[in-house]
Design a protein around this ligand. Structure first.
Ligand SMILES: N[C@@H](CCC(=O)N[C@@H](CS)C(=O)NCC(=O)O)C(=O)O
Length: 215
């Protein structure tokens, strides 16, 4: 398999974790998002994903797919072991809901192109940009924390004792939150789970610093 990825891209990070947890080897094809206008905006990459976003996975048979959660669903169906979704329908809904709380409600507001638009088109300052970022991350993670505490599902990870899609989404979001110096003291359950995940090689190997395009 081949994965178009960027070391700091949290959506790519989710897929890297899922691939590693499932033991699927892949070739990383780095797309430099922040270099001179961004390689994602080059005509050559637009042919691969007209949305100009990573990740994009090319499977063994050459099929191309984008959207990290859709890629993870594909991996789950095509490579069911080990499962990254629980068995029961209700539990699967919970895990997907936690994953989407990050992928749909936090991440899109703080994506590179959104931050660039705020700076370049709306002329906000660096401090205002950081305030925007922190606001949406801290608010989104507070909701996530409430769900974790309220649902009272025991275990080392978001749902029991094995990692799921929810953990694949949580860990990259915490990395980004740390990079932007968000206050994480209000999310102790999320941080406990983050630490548990980071004990696993699958998560460590997927982290930005371990990627071939890390600088
Ligand atoms: N919903 C998409 C989001 C993909 C996405 O936003 N990728 C970011 C990196 S994390 C990107 O390529 N950004 C390029 C840009 O903003 O120009 C997914 O989950 O795959």
């Amino acid at each position: 398999m081949k994965l178009y990825t960027f070391h700091r891209s949290s959506a790519s990070f989710r897929v890297r974790i899922a691939l590693n947890l499932k033991g699927i080897s892949y070739e990383a094809l780095p797309v430099h998002l922040s270099k001179d206008g961004g390689d994602q905006n080059l005509a050559a990459f637009k042919k691969i994903n007209p949305q100009s976003l990573v990740p994009v996975l090319i499977d063994d048979a050459g099929h191309s797919m984008n959207q990290s959660l859709a890629i993870m669903e594909y991996l789950e169906e095509a490579y069911p072991e080990p499962p990254l979704l629980p068995e029961k329908a209700l539990d699967r809904a919970r895990v997907r809901s936690l994953a989407l709380a990050i992928a749909c409600e936090i991440h899109p507001l703080n994506n590179l192109r959104v931050l660039q638009y705020l700076t370049n088109e709306l002329s906000i300052t660096e401090d205002q940009k950081k305030a925007w970022y922190k606001h949406w991350v801290e608010q989104g993670l507070a909701y996530f924390e409430q769900r974790l505490a309220g649902d009272r599902i025991a275990g080392r990870f978001c749902h029991g004792d094995s990692p799921t899609f929810a953990d694949c989404c949580l860990v990259p979001q915490i990395f980004n939150a740390q990079r932007f110096e968000c206050n994480l003291s209000a999310v102790p359950s999320a941080m406990r789970i983050f630490e548990s995940c980071m004990e696993l090689e699958a998560f460590q190997a997927a982290s930005p610093a371990r990627q071939i395009d890390a600088v």
